[in-house]
Ligand binder design. Sequence first.
Ligand code: MG
Length: 346
Amino acid sequence: MIIFADKISYKKYSLKFKHEWRISRGSLEQKKIIVIEISSDKITGYGESAPSSHYNENVDTSLNFFKKAESIIFESNLLNYRELIDRVSNIAPGEFSAKAAIDMAILDLISKKLQIPLYSFLGINKKNTPLTSFSIGIDSLDMIEKKIKEAEKFPILKIKVGHAEDEKMIKFIRKITDKPLYVDANEGWINPDIAINKINWLQKMGVLLVEQPMPANLIDEMIYVKEKTTLPLIADENITTTADIFKAKDGFHGINIKLMKCGGITEAIKMITIAKFFNLRTMIGCMIESSLAISAAAQISPLIDYADLDGNLLISNDPYKNGVKVTDGKLILSDNIGIGVNEKST
Ligand code: MG
């Protein structure tokens, strides 16, 4: 069987937030994404790039990268996708969200051609999807209370910390709910002894794990923090692709894998394999993304320990439908072919 692409096109969207989104680095009101559509005989695979300025990426750098990749995509049998993805990766360093979009579109197209869901193409049992947490951004206490009420159906909440009011906010949340919490400091604690005190206190407050307590360059300090605490510590900003796992493994108990950081599903599966070899736990996370990229990440979620796939639930104008659903916090994959999403306008 041979699958050749006969058309490549692009669509840009501006995703609007239901609420203003704040983390320790700043705030956002909308998020621009670009979707690559790769077609073969009128069947189209969709791939989303949700670029982050934190990694010096935006929709224009993504589009530039797509243009450079077009000739490789057109001349390849898409079924040989691992070879193709390697070639695309080598076009230029970085541009991981664009690389993720190409990987996503090709896997969506192949599995649609084969008329099976992407998870089936990858040999993954859809029944083993994990629970996903629901993220509550930094906000006024009133807004936090409102957001927690909106998240009633989610059994685990993820709270953004790493600012001066951490304790006040967690105490306030504990008055409203006794649900287990994940917390994400987004590199917000600079001093290792402060990080240790915070982590030990958070453990007493019913927190299950802490993501990226300290800046990514302080790996020796993280090794010290890990020795002095017992909560699982998950690396996020410390981890981009497989190459970073070896450096981070001594300072953390697990890694947060995101398609937009690592360059796609193919790379993410490699990372899961390597993380398991080092006895690290795995989390699959996301940026603010539409349900296209979230549904793509959900395809591999049965392979991991923790999921934080709520980026599409924080936006009000998702361009896609029929993707992954969440029932009582559990990710539910459909039987649709490919990634399983359709454009809302069609
Ligand atoms: Mg994080």
